[in-house]
Design a protein around this ligand. Structure first.
Ligand code: HEC
Ligand code: HEC
Length: 294
């Protein structure tokens, strides 16, 4: 038979009173919660009520209760975005107002221009020029110190703004290489001979038994008006420098003969009007600082 316990009974073993609850003779001692715990608990309740009143809290028809402070996560993000846009717009204005030549000597503007330029490049230019501006066949390598249209800031700016052989832009870079083979200006033998000579300009070996003297004469007569007597090219007409190891179409004799056969020139879009002035300047600085800038 279980022993009966009554509320407030003294328990000799612990010196405490009991609550009166007992199960199979096991009595429950009356041990109140510590005060610090209780006050913390009450504090939490008060804090929660204040929070419900001030901030969005309870699900309600058409959205949660709004709270007296009118706070919401989206308005915080919006304010932060506006601050960012304002900061960016101020830097953009500065970029537009600063002459190209002075941007790179202003560290703050240089890093801003490079950041804006890098993202605009990834979006607009990398499909043709490669993610790192390394180029590919027919698309110039922008890291190399070898320029069709020139590597100064002003020249790069002009090329990006107006493109090359771009039909819609009257200021676009114009002029193409003649189709010496197709148009019968040179015969197959002459094309082979001049190609041998062109290979020597960049230190590549000509075919055995090549007539380099004749090749040189053909070059002077047909090619030097654009590529120069020394073969170093001419940025006025976009004629490639033929004396380096960087090639637009390739260094093999077959590549060179094909170019002399068909001539022509690559097409680069004009970006003026499609991109704003600040972005074009940022791209100019970005390309100029890729490694090949003059
Ligand atoms: C549709 C392909 C295409 C896109 C897109 C393109 N380019 Fe070009 N780009 C070319 C080609 C092709 C040439 C070479 C033109 C030639 O053969 O004369 C070129 C030439 C250039 C040159 C001159 C290189 C030199 O050697 O003088 C620069 C600088 C340049 N591009 C920058 C850019 C920038 C910056 C962008 C992005 C805003 C861009 N390009 C987008 C195709 C493209
Ligand atoms: C009217 C000017 C002009 C004349 C004349 C001319 N070229 Fe060119 N040449 C160019 C231009 C412009 C390019 C660049 C083509 C392009 O951007 O796609 C070029 C490109 C080349 C290339 C490609 C270079 C590369 O990087 O892959 C070779 C090779 C070349 N020319 C050889 C010759 C030879 C050889 C002759 C003479 C038989 C000649 N050119 C005459 C304008 C000329």
């Amino acid at each position: 038979m279980a022993q009966e316990h009554h509320a407030g009974e003294y328990d000799a073993a612990t010196g405490k009173t009991t609550t009166g609850h007992s199960w199979d003779g096991i009595a429950e001692l009356n041990t109140p919660l510590p005060r610090w715990w209780l006050y913390t608990f009450y504090g939490c309740i008060v804090w929660a009520v204040v929070y419900w009143v001030l901030y969005p809290a309870w699900p309600w028809f058409g959205g949660a209760t709004k709270g007296l402070l009118g706070w919401n996560a989206r308005s915080v993000v919006t304010v932060e975005m506006q601050a960012l846009h304002a900061e960016r717009a101020a830097m953009m204005d500065k970029l537009v107002a600063t002459p190209l030549q002075q941007i790179e000597s202003t560290p703050e503007l240089l890093s801003f221009a490079r950041a804006v330029g890098a993202s605009a490049f990834a979006q607009n230019c990398s499909p043709c020029h490669g993610a790192g501006g390394q180029g590919s066949r027919g698309y110039p390598n922008l890291n190399a110190d070898r320029w069709l249209w020139g590597g100064t800031l002003d020249q790069i700016y002009t090329t990006i703004s107006h493109g090359a052989r771009w039909p819609g832009d009257p200021d676009t870079h114009a002029g193409v290489m003649p189709s010496f083979g197709r148009d019968g200006l040179l015969n197959a033998q002459e094309i082979s001979t001049v190609a041998d000579y062109v290979r020597t300009l960049s230190g590549n070996a000509p075919d055995a038994g090549a007539d380099l003297a004749k090749g040189k004469q053909l070059f002077i007569d047909n090619c030097s008006p654009c590529h120069g007597e020394d073969g170093k090219g001419n940025t006025e007409v976009g004629a490639a420098n033929l004396t380096t190891q960087v090639w637009l179409y390739g260094p093999t004799k077959a590549d060179i003969m094909h170019r002399v056969e068909v001539g022509g020139g690559g097409v680069m879009p004009a970006w003026k009007g499609k991109l704003d002035e600040g972005t074009i300047k940022a791209l100019t600085v970005f390309v100029h600082t890729l490694g090949g800038g003059k």
